[in-house]
Design a protein around this ligand. Sequence first.
Ligand SMILES: O=C(O)C(=O)C[C@]1(C(=O)O)C=C[C@@H](O)C=C1
Length: 326
Amino acid sequence: MPASPVTYTFLGPEGTFTEAALMQVPGAAEATRVPASNVNAALDKVRDGSAGAAMVPIENSVEGGVTATLDAIASGQELRIIREVLVPISFVLVARPGVAISDIRRISTHGHAWAQCRLWVENNIPSAEYVPGSSTAAAAVGLLEQDAHYDAAICAPIVAQEQPGLSVLAENIGDNPGAVTRFVLVGRPGVLPERTGADKTTVVVPLPEDRPGALMEILDQFATRGVNLSRIESRPTGQYLGHYFFSIDADGHVGDARVADALAGLHRISPATRFLGSYGRADAQSAYIAPHTSDEAFRAAHEWVGAILQGEPIPSESVSGASPTA
Ligand SMILES: O=C(O)C(=O)C[C@]1(C(=O)O)C=C[C@@H](O)C=C1
């Protein structure tokens, strides 16, 4: 039986970096793709079943976490990250034909794009005012509307190539030539992606209140099991001042004993901890696993405790390192 076709949604419109990320997913180019006007709308389509999965930005190498995504997946109906995708980012400045750089007063783009081009704008159009856009492509396409209230947009080169009504005034205007954005494909909870040996696990951990050292305890769950963290960010829950959750990416898969054990520890400290998924790393880099945190070491340790509970004789090394005692 052929697999049922998946409808994908993404932060649109066509031409966003998010669409470029989605196109890296095998089968997405042939599938139905429905643009959403913001991250929340994309995730709501997954929650209400009108899309099978949504591609959304989560982290940029220059500007850090995409807070709209971090917040939207941290609460509400549970979702799962099933894949990550990396996209190298380069920006162009576009305007309607006939507009020169010296004519530009107001520039629109996505907030993360603005932050990545800030120095270029300061050096080249110092008096330019920023007009927030819902995405880079939405800002560029908006220039073609009669009542556009800005003169230029910052977007991906592909938008300018595909829109005949736009001309490119400057290329490669990002302040960091090696900028990369990480995107995640998000679905509803279901079958976990299989372990690849180079995986990542994302969790949201509300900070227990009025508990000195709670953050240290949370970090300790990973440290003592030899689990490396690749991202940790605090975000306000929005409930009241000083109430935070941590959004954490850890190396490994929940199917790895050390990761499962760390998650169990987190749950004891913060029972509202939310599991957001285990999925293959886009760079396929496997983490170093210290021998005492391997699956085999955990299995042997559980067997040892099990034998103690059963009252069985326990073969073990003597304290002095002499030969086994039984
Ligand atoms: O506006 C877009 O094109 C997006 O896909 C969003 C987004 C982001 O959220 O960071 C993606 C990549 C770039 O870093 C700039 C904007």
